[in-house]
Design a protein around this ligand. Structure first.
Ligand code: ZN
Length: 210
């Protein structure tokens, strides 16, 4: 039961009821912008392709990385930062918070933050694996100065579906949305190849969460 309340909280975040546009405390949200976010990397197979695509279209994004992977793939981490993207904390080893103790959860966050600070300092953005965390995690994060960043649209790129289904879904979302992708998902690259030019043709620009 202890995670029922956070599920409700997450729904409230994602629907914009609190923490406008998925982020708490909320910052300024530009309705002319879309906020692309990539979870679970860096991934040696796909992240470099995504970075290439973002650079080609001059798009900025936010990467919620796992600390262990940042340490394993420092060159990719440097590439993300060098291109002007933001790094966010997605725990050190992507353990789901419902299965570990409070002290393990805090250490997962702290260790990831230490990894992030080797590449980019001054950012304290956190997104829990699968969006699950307890209310005590929520207050712990605020106490240590983190902003908690969920999403408002899940692209579903990590599900067994087709790029057409995802594209149709994404075409219906308006400006100001925080879109969840996974940079270890094959579909992510396919979808971005089509969607970035489409979004640009609709007049959207792209922002980072910071
Ligand atoms: Zn994740």
């Amino acid at each position: 039961m202890k995670h029922v309340l956070p599920r409700i909280l997450r729904k409230m975040f994602c629907s914009g009821l609190i923490g406008c546009h998925g982020v708490f405390p909320a910052g300024a949200v530009n309705k002319a912008k879309l906020y692309l976010t990539f979870d679970d990397g860096p991934c040696p197979k796909h992240t470099p392709r995504i970075l290439e695509l973002l650079a080609h279209h001059e798009v900025s994004a936010t990467f919620f990385c796992c600390g262990g992977l940042l340490e394993k793939y420092p060159d990719i981490a440097c590439g993300i930062v060098k291109q002007g993207h933001m790094l966010g904390n997605h725990t050190f080893s992507h353990k789901i918070f419902t299965g570990i103790s409070q002290s393990e959860r805090e250490s997962e966050i702290t260790m990831c933050q230490q990894a992030i600070e080797q590449f980019q300092s001054g950012t304290r953005l956190f997104r829990p694996p699968q969006g699950l965390m307890s209310l005590s995690d929520f207050f712990w994060l605020l106490k240590y100065g983190y902003r908690i960043a969920f999403w408002t649209i899940d692209s579903l790129d990590s599900f067994q579906t087709s790029s057409e289904v995802i594209e149709t879904r994404l075409k219906s979302c308006g400006g100001g949305n925080v879109i969840l992708f996974h940079d270890d998902a094959e579909l992510c690259v396919q979808v971005l190849k089509k969607m970035i030019p489409w979004w640009k043709a609709q007049g959207y620009s792209f922002g980072t969460i910071d």
